[in-house]
Design a protein around this ligand. Structure first.
Ligand code: HEM
Length: 582
């Protein structure tokens, strides 16, 4: 019977059948004259074929980058739907991109990278045999934020594990949770309701930070920060403070932590805030686990901070009195209903124990403080270093002071949050200082972003930095004389119908994104605004501040780039005096 095995397949070169070769040549091979057998023994032995192969390989290696550049531009310009994002050219064949300059200065790399972050369409990056996407361009970022089934949890789980020592048994709950972040779990998910960590934690944030839980938190923060700011420098005349940041890292952070957790955590652990900011300072080192070699003291600080949180939880569990719960639902032991309820929620999850809960809550406190405290520092710096701006801000803030019955002064906070220049200073500060990466992973299906298709399960990264530094967007029209890296709050002022300038974020979608976007958008943004505005209002009303340090130290550093608001390079010494009459 004839074999049909080697019929012609379109697109493949026809090979004669093996059967044919064997039957025809094998038995007679021995009788070939030696010279004939050498001539035909292997095509690889032909010197010119070897040379051609070597030349082709050489051209491939040498021109590999140019070939990829050509393919990149070609694919980027293709029209139509369902396009695959072009591959960012890389110099080392097979290994992909090895961005050494990123390790040196990550922000410069992102701001000046030719293909990876500057393309206004999605791109594909090959990094050590893995591929992921980078998505930039306002239109694409806006489309990304509209997507529903995108998980940010692989990254949260990793951050919790590496920086905050979440035990492996609890981390597994994160990795296994494929039920989604919405109330209704995905139909094919087998995750039990009590293990829906994605949905349960997100809804706890929202109840606390966007629901009625926010009002009592705001009130306690207002009381705490007012007390702390008033007692900052009681004496008359100028006095020197070695680093303005100390006020933010000690007093403003304490005002937030006490408002959230009650006073026991800081009272029982006087070194907590120092450890807390040591973790923040080393967050990248802890995240990459390089701390084992370079920053073991950061690991020690993290361990002490975890022990402090765990002790607070033990103390609260032991002492809690249900009668102490106030009308707003909060109590002095857990501080807030939020932390009280989350104990039960986490301890009900498989693999969670007291250590795991401490990791979760320390991570929450870090997220609740790092960006807002450092942003509050920059807002104060901007207000005090420009005397003309300071006059305007003082005028706005002064218009929000109200006298209480007993004669005490406080701010009308809703009015304060609506002040034109203060809002512009806030928005411009966040544009310049927030440098975060947002990571998403389409878990269910391929992701369609405008004309592009991004494969399911691959990570998709975007960053606020290129969007915030896009001169084509931020230096248009009346802003054209103000370079993109200059602090210029008027970028956010637009004339209204009456011709007056008013603050507006209209049209900045996908270009101004300090709080991320979509279903994972920062739930703490309203509280953050309150912390930043109120702290600035109290400082400008009560104090004069002059900067007396090296200007280089006041520039923004790049340490921990990618994790949010970046701090100053060095210490910021100031002279400070109380204003007469305040
Ligand atoms: C200037 C201050 C702040 C900035 C710039 C900021 C920025 C961000 C960003 C960029 C994200 C990721 C959003 C995304 O993936 O799309 C985020 C998430 C988050 N932030 Fe903030 N944040 C600030 C203040 C706060 C505060 C004060 C709190 C709590 C009181 C908070 C709690 C959270 C939480 C819980 C998440 C995770 C949300 C989720 O994954 O669903 N943040 N924040």
């Amino acid at each position: 019977m004839g074999s049909p095995a080697f019929e012609h397949v379109p697109g493949f070169t026809y090979l004669p059948s093996v059967e044919h070769n064997f039957s025809h040549n094998f038995s007679s091979a021995q009788s070939f004259p030696i010279s004939l057998r050498e001539e035909t023994s292997s095509w690889q032995d032909l010197p010119n074929v070897k040379t051609i192969a070597a030349v082709v390989a050489f051209i491939f290696v040498v021109f590999h980058y140019n070939i990829l550049e050509f393919l990149f531009s070609f694919n980027a310009r293709r029209q139509g739907q369902g396009k695959v994002p072009p591959l960012v050219p890389h110099r080392l064949p097979f290994f992909g991109n090895v961005p050494l300059s990123y390790l040196w200065n990550a922000r410069d790399f992102v701001v000046s990278s030719r293909y990876a972050f500057s393309s206004k369409h999605p791109v594909r990056v090959k990094l050590a045999f893995q591929e992921f996407y980078i998505l930039q361009g306002a239109k694409n970022i806006t489309a990304l934020f509209k997507q529903q089934a995108l998980s940010a949890f692989a990254v949260h789980g990793t951050l919790l594990r590496t920086v905050f020592s979440l035990p492996e048994s609890a981390a597994q709950v994160y990795y296994k949770d494929d039920s989604g972040e919405h109330e209704k779990p995905h139909a094919d998910s087998k995750v039990q309701p009590h293990n829906r960590v994605d949905f349960l934690t997100r809804s706890s944030f929202h109840k606390f930070l966007t629901g009625p839980g926010l009002a009592p938190l705001n009130r306690r923060f207002e009381r705490n920060i007012t007390e702390r700011t008033s007692s900052l420098k009681p004496n008359q005349g100028w006095s020197r403070v070695p680093d303005l940041m100390e006020f933010f890292q000690n007093d403003v952070t304490a005002a937030v932590v006490d408002a959230m957790c009650g006073t026991h955590l800081l009272e029982a652990n006087p070194g907590f805030l120092e450890d807390f900011w040591a973790i923040d300072h080393n967050v990248m080192t802890l995240f990459t686990r390089a701390s084992r070699f370079f920053a073991s003291q950061a690991e020690a600080a993290r361990d002490r901070a975890l022990a402090a949180v765990k002790n607070w939880h033990q103390w609260a569990r032991y002492n809690f009195d249900p009668d102490s719960v106030g009308p707003d639902g909060d109590d002095p032991y857990w501080g807030t209903k939020f932390f009280r309820d989350r104990q039960n929620m986490f301890l009900g999850m498989d693999g969670f124990n007291a250590d795991a809960v401490a990791s979760q809550e320390l991570a929450f406190l870090w997220g609740a403080n790092t960006n807002s405290i450092i942003s509050a520092f920059w807002v104060a710096v901007e207000c005090f270093r420009d005397s003309a701006l300071l006059v305007k801000i003082r005028e706005e803030v002064g218009s929000c002071i109200v006298l209480e019955d007993g004669g005490a002064r406080r701010f009308d906070i809703p009015k304060l949050l609506r002040q034109t220049m203060l809002q512009a200073v806030f928005a411009e500060t966040l544009r310049l200082r927030v440098n975060g990466f947002l990571v998403r992973r389409p878990m269910r299906s391929d992701l369609k972003i405008n004309d592009w298709v991004l494969k399911k399960d691959r990570f998709c990264l975007t960053s606020s930095t290129p969007a915030h530094m896009d001169a084509d967007f931020w230096c248009q029209g009346p802003n054209k004389d103000h370079p993109v890296d200059q602090f210029y709050p008027d970028r956010f002022l637009k004339p209204n119908k009456e011709g007056d300038l008013e603050f507006s974020l209209k049209g900045t979608e996908g270009s101004w994104m300090p709080f991320g976007g979509g279903t994972h958008i920062c739930p703490g943004k309203t509280f953050a605004k309150q912390v930043i505005f109120l702290t600035a209002a109290l400082l400008v009303t009560q104090y004069d501040i002059e900067f007396v340090g090296d200007k280089e130290d006041m520039k923004m550093g790049t340490r921990n780039f990618g994790f949010g608001t970046l701090g100053p390079r060095g210490k910021v010494p100031v002279m400070i005096r109380r204003r007469v009459g305040f």
